[in-house]
Design a binder for this molecule. Structure first.
Ligand code: GLU
Length: 508
């Protein structure tokens, strides 16, 4: 059994945008598959037709393309275990439902929704199981001829799994260890509904995991309560030998307070809970995505990898390949992981610093052009080089850097009050003359000449530089002054100095 090739799957239901927790599940499956030389299957679990949302499948695929998480097999990837969309596997499931019925491990139930509802109001905590199934209308309580006639007449029915009480079920979980559950607490779950001729999630999930030769089931903690039933189903089919090992991943929790991370937390605190922007086809509502918010896919992957797992060292920055090397599913935490979205921003900043100026400049050049500025790529790149350590997102560059490309037309009032002294106009006029006389306008060409002039005149360096900055930038912050003047060039620098002298208070 241990020689089986590792095969894992990511099996979303196409019910809307993929939640960021689902992305983490897929990532962990991917890492596990890669590190074991195994395969990752992409399966679509769409047996609940009421919850189907058009566009969701394409959205999910696009999310993983963006993140660089690759599948080996499945919907849109092909493979020898298809079809990979459950709605295209109806006949397969029917066969397996029949197998359980023939073996007496499942039975037909004819109780109508109304009858079940009545029972629930009559009996507190009613559960359809060994203790109650004798009181219900099913093939265990009816004569064979009677229920066969019902089916022949086209009566609606469900097929229920017959859970035998008194057993201890072991769920072999790589994170949680040997989880034991008494079969008595389980109900006789519906496996199939005649109404839509479709199996329920549980049956389809197990049959597919078996047929697709899945060796490890890595999924969210919300599926842990289903796991004992899944174990029983594997046993009922006689597939014990190929029972997958489970790993139920810790929940993603709200950034503050208690409970599960929700879309509302994102709306309230201003961070996305979806990988890509999502346009809800029913409501028209648009939800923000990590991609459109300006996150780098590598940063999102790194951030998610560390939500629920840590390497046990100080290292925080991991490429996808390093994660494949280091990730260890057995070291995932059992308790929920707080969704620290600020940490996500920090990761983006760290990736920004590590990316080449070229790469950032390519993105930023488009923003510069959109703002109506015609600049060479080399000059855009120089600005990126000077400024990228100050931001976490490329989109934050423009408001901070626009002064490189567009001269300020107004000057920050507070800075003017504080930094533009009575003598500043005079000093800047002199500085303009000094700069005019410099031939080599590089940083190295300007700096010693300006410094010497400041010293000779006995001016305070701070006074000069603050006024210089205000004139060139319009505010009191920015990179080194000579970085700026060298970038602007002699003509533009002097032009800005003169404009400031005109526009700002004259003194006396
Ligand atoms: N279709 C389930 C989901 O949407 C899959 C759960 C599982 O991985 O077994 O998450």
């Amino acid at each position: 059994m241990s020689e089986r090739k590792v095969r894992v799957r990511f099996a979303p239901s196409p019910t809307g945008a993929l939640h960021i927790g689902g992305v983490r599940t897929a990532l962990y499956n991917y890492l596990f598959a890669r590190q074991h030389g195994g395969e990752l299957v992409f399966r679509i679990e769409d047996t609940d037709s009421h919850r189907f949302v058009p566009g969701a499948e394409e959205y999910i695929l696009e999310s993983f393309r963006w993140l660089g998480i690759q599948f080996d097999e499945g919907v849109s990837f092909g493979g020898s275990h298809g079809p990979y969309r459950q709605s295209e596997r109806r006949d397969i499931y029917k066969e397996y439902v029949k197998q359980l019925l023939d073996a007496g491990k499942a039975y037909y139930a004819f109780d109508t929704p109304e009858e079940l509802e009545r029972k629930r109001t009559e009996v507190q905590n009613f559960q359809y199981d060994a203790s109650t199934r004798q009181q219900m209308r099913n093939s265990l309580t009816m004569e064979r001829s009677e229920w066969e006639a019902l089916i022949a007449d086209g009566a609606q029915f469900t097929v229920r799994f017959k859970v035998e009480p008194g057993q201890e079920i072991h769920v072999n979980d790589m994170i949680r260890g040997d989880v034991r559950v008494k079969s008595d607490i389980l109900d006789d779950k519906v496996l199939y509904k005649s109404a839509d001729e479709l199996p329920t999630y549980h049956l389809a999930n197990i049959v597919d995991d078996h047929l697709m030769e899945i060796t490890h089931v890595i999924r969210g903690e919300e599926w842990l309560p289903s796991a004992p039933l899944h174990v029983l189903l594997y046993q009922a089919f006689g597939w014990d030998d190929t029972m997958p090992r489970f790993a139920h991943l810790p929940l993603l929790l709200k950034p503050e307070g208690k409970g599960k991370l929700s879309k509302r937390d994102g709306d309230r605190l201003g961070f996305p809970v979806f990988p890509l922007e999502w346009h809800d086809p029913k409501t028209g509502e648009v939800s923000s995505g990590y991609r459109e918010s300006g996150y780098f896919p590598e940063a999102v992957v790194n951030f998610l990898a560390l939500l629920g797992w840590n390497p046990g060292t100080e290292q925080e920055l991991f490429s996808l390949d390093e994660l494949v090397e280091t990730f260890d599913i057995t070291k995932c935490s059992k308790s929920g992981a707080k969704f620290d979205y600020q940490k996500g921003i920090w990761f983006n900043h760290e990736y920004m610093l590590r990316k080449s100026d070229d790469e950032i400049a390519r993105e930023f050049a488009a923003i510069v052009a959109n703002n109506g500025v015609d600049e060479t790529f080399e000059r855009v790149k120089l600005v990126v080089h000077l400024m990228k350590d100050r931001v976490s997102f490329v989109k934050e560059l423009w408001p901070l850097c626009s002064f490189f490309f567009i001269a300020p037309t107004d000057y920050d009032e507070k800075t003017v009050k504080k930094r533009w002294k009575a003598f500043s106009g005079q000093q800047m006029a002199e500085l303009a003359d000094v700069l005019q006389g410099i031939d080599d306008f590089s940083i190295e060409g300007q700096e010693p000449v300006v410094m010497k002039w400041v010293e000779d005149k006995g001016y305070k360096l701070g006074d000069v530089m603050n006024a210089f900055r205000l004139a060139l930038v319009g505010v009191g912050k920015g990179p080194g002054m000579f970085d700026i003047s060298a970038f602007l060039g002699k003509e533009e620098t002097i032009c800005r100095l003169k404009r400031a002298i005109e526009a700002l208070p004259k003194g006396e």
